[in-house]
Design a protein around this ligand. Structure first.
Ligand code: HEC
Length: 263
């Protein structure tokens, strides 16, 4: 009888506890969003966007992010997409890098020397990502999904999402493939399903309160590969762009609400 009662109690108590935890997490997320310094990153990004740099000593103001040279409004919501001049699908960071090496004529080495910053010194790429993405607020996410190379990137990204490898034989789906999974109080969204992918993709890039840093999607993917014990992906490689394309196309239709604030 005692055991039966304990069993009943457990069955009732667990879902309640889970609900409480979720509510607490939501409260916490609201709290951190209220005091987020995202705007400061946007402002610094604007300064860098307009700053002449590189051998040609020009700014990025004529950078074409897909909607024409210098058009920022809504450009981020349409990325990744195919760019004819590079004959490649590109995400935001890759396109920024492209503009740095073509317009400003900086070497790839120089432009990628420090793509991931730290608490004391965020990177140029992070500031620029904040500035550019902010100008898609309220626009529907609509990554490219019609050009043959866009479709190819989507298919490659999808295959990679489910491909198990590495020391622990893991795929993205090992952690992001089942509802209700959590690591250290973090919900692990099922990113292959639109209803879960949409609110996530629509809030990247993002400021992370836990380490006071602004992070790009290239970083997010890197860090998950690190958790999977894979070798670190190359910055702006076709593989990382394919994964981002897969996530962004899966999240299509969601109004952009970033740059977000995360745990
Ligand atoms: C070992 C488990 C694990 C694997 C495998 C994994 N991730 Fe993650 N992922 C996490 C954790 C934990 C977080 C939340 C981290 C945090 O907020 O501190 C996360 C967060 C994310 C987020 C952001 C979610 C949000 O709330 O904004 C994205 C996007 C993501 N992962 C993509 C991927 C992709 C793509 C892969 C495969 C390349 C992958 N993850 C593989 C553990 C994993």
């Amino acid at each position: 009888m005692k055991r039966f009662l304990a069993g009943c109690l457990l069955a009732v108590a667990l879902p309640l506890a889970a609900q409480d935890t979720r509510k607490e997490i939501q409260k916490y997320q609201q709290m951190i969003a209220d005091g987020s310094p995202v705007e400061l990153f946007e402002l610094e990004g604007e300064t860098l966007w307009k700053k002449p740099q590189g051998p040609s000593n020009v700014s990025l103001e004529k950078c074409d992010l897909g909607l024409g040279p210098g058009v920022l409004k809504g450009a981020y919501a349409r990325l990744p997409r195919y760019f004819k001049d590079a004959d490649r699908v590109m995400d935001l960071e890759t396109r920024l890098l492209h503009c740095m090496t073509t317009l400003q004529r900086r070497s790839r080495e120089d432009a990628t020397k420090r793509v991931f910053g730290n608490e004391n010194q965020p990177s140029e790429m992070e500031y620029l990502s904040a500035y550019v993405s902010a100008q898609s607020r309220g626009m529907k996410m609509a990554a490219g999904n019609s050009h043959a190379k866009e479709k190819e990137a989507f298919e490659l990204g999808k295959a990679m999402f489910f491909h198990r490898a590495g020391g622990w034989d893991m795929s993205c789906a090992s952690c992001h493939g089942e509802e209700g999974k959590r690591i250290r109080m973090q919900d692990l969204p099922v990113l292959s399903k639109p209803e879960f992918a949409r609110p996530i993709v629509a809030t990247w890039p993002a400021y992370r309160v836990s380490n006071s840093q602004f992070k790009t999607m290239q970083w997010r993917i890197n860090d998950c590969y690190r958790q999977m014990r894979y070798p670190e992906p190359k910055f702006a490689s076709d593989a990382t762009i394919a994964l981002t394309t897969y996530l962004a196309v899966t999240a299509a239709g969601e109004p952009y609400r970033g740059p977000g604030t995360k745990r």
